[in-house]
Design a protein around this ligand. Structure first.
Ligand SMILES: [Zn+2]
Ligand SMILES: [Zn+2]
Length: 419
């Protein structure tokens, strides 16, 4: 998956850095972080790939402008190469022109089997409701295709590429690359590993043999998918690059669609369970009764027990989101939040004062000790408080009935998940 770090910071350049400066910065860092150069640094490959991603965006005026205005979010839906899935040598090969053919392993990985094109990555954002049902999305993206005019050769129709004399049509030459830092066999600097030289360039692709083509694909996002999971569409990436296979024969890369699930203010997701807070008045909590709970499927009516405590949980079975594999829905965990009114009408004040008076024990007789008097009728309530004794709010300074206490609100939520 692509990085969320700032592309300018990755390349160590200012936001007004011009094309050549971007190129130089990338070249320097790609050499610095080349995994061959950092055999003992497991982070090197990741940094190397990050630099390639930053360079791909900042070297393309159109994508750079979008990034400048909207950041990473702006680039969602504009497919780039999935560098994380690419081999280091393929990345070197892809930006071969920057390294002047002096990079290691250029001309494409020499591999067994047919040449394979690069993978692309794009991002799609869906809602929690779409996680519930699954959905289908139109995914627009650009990818390189074999030029239809020259069929990938890069030569003007009627003309033909001629064999490169520098490398004898091998695409590689024996050379001391970058002061001997890299392997000796390097991409031919004259033909860039293509083994041929084009005298008369194709007007359609400027001799590249490839052209950028806009494509749109309808993709099914399965129900139950989680944030950051990837839907892979096989064979919708690019054809093999020209230095591996000029006419594009071989295996196409894949398209990786990174699914981002938008935050939903109402629900917190934990696997296939959802958590929601239910605000109830003190009166409803004390008396019980019917309450409305917002679920992903709409409003659900349920009965609240009389005497429900702040922080208490209950589950609505099957009102969570489906499990990606089994399709079985999790639960909706409802956390009760007893609300204390911030302002009271005169009538409310009167009633609550009467309630307090009713709860207050009779004033102690003068000769009796205070200890025995406090909170006597609250002790019967305490016996039902299962949570008693677990890190509550009540301390010695408070009246005894407050020590019946509940553990912290979120503490209880956590407990319910055994975390
Ligand atoms: Zn062409
Ligand atoms: Zn050559």
């Amino acid at each position: 998956m692509s990085t969320s770090a700032d592309y300018y910071e990755i390349l160590g350049i200012t936001r007004d850095a011009a094309g050549e400066e971007v190129r130089r910065a990338y070249r320097r860092l790609a050499i610095k972080w080349h995994p061959d150069q950092n055999p003992d640094n497991p982070d090197a490959e990741g940094k190397f790939k990050q630099c390639a991603e930053a360079y791909e965006v900042l070297s393309d005026p159109e994508r750079r402008a979008v990034y400048d205005r909207h950041g990473h979010a702006g680039l969602r839906g504009r497919a780039g190469h999935d560098f994380n899935s690419m081999h280091v040598e393929d990345i070197f090969s892809m930006f071969n022109d920057i390294f002047g053919g002096q990079s290691g392993g250029g001309g494409g990985r020499r591999q067994r089997g047919p040449a394979r094109g690069y993978d692309l990555e794009t991002v799609v954002e869906i809602t929690l409701e779409e996680v519930l049902e699954g959905c289908e999305r139109e995914i627009p993206f650009k990818r390189l295709e074999v030029c239809t005019l020259c069929k990938g050769s890069g030569a003007k129709p009627g003309s033909k590429p001629i064999e490169c004399s520098t490398c004898g049509g091998q695409g590689q030459v024996a050379q001391n690359g970058l002061g001997g830092l890299f392997r000796m066999v390097t991409t031919c600097p004259v033909c860039q590993g293509r083994r041929h030289i084009i005298k008369d360039k194709c007007g359609e692709c400027s001799g590249q043999g490839r052209m950028s083509v806009q494509r749109k694909l309808s993709v099914k996002i399965p129900r139950g998918i989680s944030d950051s999971q990837v839907v892979r569409v096989a064979g919708e990436g690019e054809p093999p690059p020209p230095q591996m296979s000029p006419d594009g024969t071989g295996v196409r890369g894949d398209l990786h669609i990174v699914v981002r699930v938008a935050e939903d203010e109402r629900f917190e997701r934990q696997g296939s369970d959802l958590i929601t807070a239910l605000e109830v008045s003190f009166a409803d909590a004390a008396l019980g009764g019917s309450v409305s709970i917002e679920t992903l499927d709409g409003v659900s009516e349920t009965d609240l027990d009389a005497g429900t405590q702040h922080g208490e949980l209950f589950r609505l079975d099957g009102k969570g989101v489906p499990d990606l594999r089994t399709g079985q829905r999790g639960d909706l965990v409802v956390v009760v939040h007893v609300m204390v009114p911030r302002r009271l009408s005169n009538k409310q004040r009167e009633l609550i004062t009467a309630l307090r008076d009713a709860e207050r024990p009779a004033p102690p007789p003068k000769d009796s000790s205070r200890k025995n008097a406090a909170g006597k009728d609250s002790s019967s309530k305490d016996s039902s408080g299962k949570a008693a004794g677990k890190g509550g709010f009540g301390k010695a300074t408070k009246k005894e009935d407050s020590s019946a206490k509940s553990p912290g609100f979120w503490g209880k939520v956590k407990d319910s998940f055994g975390t």
